[in-house]
Design a protein around this ligand. Structure first.
Ligand SMILES: NC(=O)c1ccc[n+]([C@@H]2O[C@H](COP(=O)([O-])OP(=O)(O)OC[C@H]3O[C@@H](n4cnc5c(N)ncnc54)[C@H](OP(=O)(O)O)[C@@H]3O)[C@@H](O)[C@H]2O)c1
Length: 292
């Protein structure tokens, strides 16, 4: 069996990667956080070299977008310096490195269409800047995949879906931003795509790709879809009031247009953006079952 070292196995994507079916001939090897600490990138290269994996999957990141504004050095270590160390060791071992990035590398000012892989990056936040710097470092490894994704949710971890269902229990009304557009992406579907790319790993396949869910909508419309789904399971949904971004100030500035165009992945590998309703239904059902 070929061994893929998995960093970030406890996160939304990491948990899903461990639950998903792996390509034939591959098995995951969990890189425990207490040993492989991405905040200590200077150790990472030696640690990975010693483990001698056949591939590295990086699902670890500093993902607290607002908190990153006050912890830029830590975010830089985890999102940029650590991927740079992974890229160096992947290049030395001549193995594939699969890395995940974000819609927040763009400024969201593009009008009338979705972002393609080669559109110019212009991050607005510390998180976006550190992730963009991580991308550049990963590109120095000849055998790299960078998968940019957006608005990730799952039944585990911290995400918008879970926040909505938690707040909606106690409040009759929620105010949700309606002028930022994106594509919610379910973590298990993303994990499946990442593992497909592992099975496609060969010289003409490497590069940067966009993968996100199959429906573009606002946070407000996403909240309404979440509550409509939950209501079918007997959840008493609050009223969801649309507001503008300036009415909900946050430490980090977010792009207005976060929509990622997935056509390159479709053209190269036949991988389609996933259906919106099925994965949402699956996560809402799982969460409501846990809470009942
Ligand atoms: N969440 C989103 O909406 C979103 C959107 C676009 C792109 N992405 C990207 O998608 C990828 C996966 O995100 P996610 O939502 O699965 O993130 P997540 O749930 O926040 O998980 C992050 C993972 O990184 C680990 N981690 C954090 N600090 C670490 C450190 N110092 N050393 C080693 N591991 C560390 C976490 O460990 P602990 O569990 O111990 O903290 C966790 O396993 C990331 O690259 C992220 O930037 C996410």
């Amino acid at each position: 069996m070929r061994r893929a070292l998995l960093l970030g196995s406890t996160g939304q994507l990491g948990t899903s990667l461990l639950r998903a079916r792996w390509p034939q001939g591959w098995e995951p090897v969990v890189a425990p956080l207490d040993v492989y600490d991405m905040a200590l990138p200077e150790r990472l290269e030696g640690q990975v070299a010693e483990a001698r994996p056949d591939a590295v999957l990086n699902a670890a990141a500093y993902t607290a977008v607002d908190k990153a504004e006050s912890e830029p050095e830590l975010a830089e270590r985890i999102n940029a310096a650590a991927p740079a160390a992974l890229a160096r060791v992947a290049a030395k071992l001549c193995i594939p490195l699969l890395h995940v990035s974000t819609d927040y590398v763009f400024d969201g000012e593009l009008e009338g269409r979705e972002y393609k892989e080669d559109d110019p990056v212009a991050p607005l936040s510390v998180y976006g800047r550190t992730k963009e710097s991580g991308e550049r470092a990963v590109r120095t490894a000849p055998k790299h995949f960078i998968i940019r994704t957006s608005w990730v949710y799952s039944a585990t971890g911290a995400n918008f879906l879970k926040t909505m269902l938690r707040l909606g229990r106690d409040r009759a009304e929620l105010r949700v931003v309606s002028d930022q557009l994106g594509r919610p992406t379910e973590a298990f579907e993303l994990a499946r795509v990442m593992l497909s790319l592992l099975s496609f790993a060969k010289d003409d396949a490497y590069g940067t790709y966009h993968y996100a869910g199959g429906k573009a909508l606002s946070w407000h419309a996403f909240a309404e879809a979440i509550f409509a789904c939950a209501a079918r399971h007997g959840y008493r949904a609050p009223r969801v009031v649309p507001i503008a971004t300036h009415e909900y100030p946050t430490a980090a500035v977010r792009p207005k247009n976060s929509r990622l165009d997935g056509s390159k992945l479709l053209a190269r590998f036949g991988i389609k953006q996933h259906d919106f309703d099925g994965p949402l239904e699956r996560c809402v059902t799982e969460l409501l079952k846990e809470q009942s």
